[in-house]
Design a protein around this ligand. Sequence first.
Ligand SMILES: Cc1cc2nc3c(=O)[nH]c(=O)nc-3n(C[C@H](O)[C@H](O)[C@H](O)COP(=O)(O)O)c2cc1C
Length: 474
Amino acid sequence: MLTESPHIEPDIIQGGMGIAVSSWKLAREVATHGALGVVSGTAIDSVIARRLQDGDADGSIRKAMRHFPNQQIVHEILEMYFIEGGKAQGLPYTLLPKITVAPTCFATNLIVVSTFIEVWLAKEGHSGLVGINALQKIQMAIPAQIYGAILAEVDYILMGAGIPSEVPSIIRDLSQNKVITLPIDVASAKSKHFLKFDPHLIASLPHSPRLPKFLAIISSHALAAYLSRDDTTRPDGFVVEGFNAGGHNAPPRSKDSMGEDGQSKFTDIDSADLSKVAKTGLPFWLAGGYGTPLGLAEAKKLGAVGIQVGSLFALAKESGLTDELRKKVTDLVVQDSMKVRTDPFASPTGFPFKIVQLDGTLSESELFRERNRLCDLGYLRVPFERTNGSLGYRCPAEPLKTYTFKKGESKNAPVAHCLCNALMADVGLGQTRPDGYKELPMLTLGSDLAGIKALSELHVAGWNSRDVLDFLRS
Ligand SMILES: Cc1cc2nc3c(=O)[nH]c(=O)nc-3n(C[C@H](O)[C@H](O)[C@H](O)COP(=O)(O)O)c2cc1C
């Protein structure tokens, strides 16, 4: 028997922010103060493996691991990645097996355990609500992420960046320990491809696990209507994200989609019709430029339960961002010279991506050109079928020769940025190359800066997540 979570819906959702910007520390603080704290599941296996190689100084990861129901798997992961006292400065991090349609047991286990750890830590010591954010685009990791989160008794699963129509049934099936056979999008495929995930190989759930709620992150009312039409695809609610939001945005719908300034150009038709979202009868939250007290009031007036806020929390002291990046951004805000551009081509996903113009980061074109292209994390690789029927994987940000050899067709490849490595650097987990090159960060934030400006005037020395919540509810 599955039991639904009985809780009241939160008015504020702290948005999931990858990679590890919305880490367990941020989500736990937010959840403790009555909002929904959301950890990021994106590349969480690399995040945990690197924290272990840095020595897990406060012991939190190993503490969470002791609660994982299969200690044999935990032992294997510790053997592979944990370094007492941390790896020597300047040495590269050990890489992980990349996700594929037919992953090894070790790769799958690592995603399950890593997700479990992040959610478990966010939930420790309080009874507030914790969610996990994952990306539909990183399809091959989804069953393992959901299972790890369910094992840690997550309250909400939130997913966007695609059409998450399979997710409600994956959640239901995994909550009952059923095997998942997930169809995978494979470019140039002549046959169907499936990823198999068998929870029995990992651990057993308690007899009556709580079923987490599922919120689909969408940007169009048409998708809300489509998903809510059928029992198998219907989520428990929606986060309706506008084009001001930090991170990725849905591509503009108009044909004339690029402005003279080289940025993605959004128009009225890119905003969801909220009356149509409301017609689905499901609760919804608004995201993208709603991070002010007025924004919260406005959202409620428009029929939303509340808001999802990203940028204000990304700059809070508990977020995963390095102090250096946070300080650089705060200085720009104080000087009134902060610029966020919506780059149509930088993300290998093909979605527009918001980039903060910041010295010393890959937003500087010279630094982007100086970097040797390589793809060693591979979360944004997509599978394709070769003429002989075997599968390959490619990413527009990998070396151009390799990408062309793999018959990759994205015209944006020459300017595609390696988001995987840059976003790891944002949270202090960037790779060092054998020649001493250190991967550079690249920061994303929302383009509506009203909330950031107001908070930086209220808290000149910076703010924490409690300050954000007090501000939003003031
Ligand atoms: C640093 C950063 C990273 C983000 N990463 C993700 C992500 O991994 N997945 C996701 O669904 N949304 C992501 N977002 C979007 C937020 O969850 C949220 O919806 C958005 O920031 C709300 O707009 P706001 O920044 O104007 O408050 C990110 C936003 C920021 C600022």
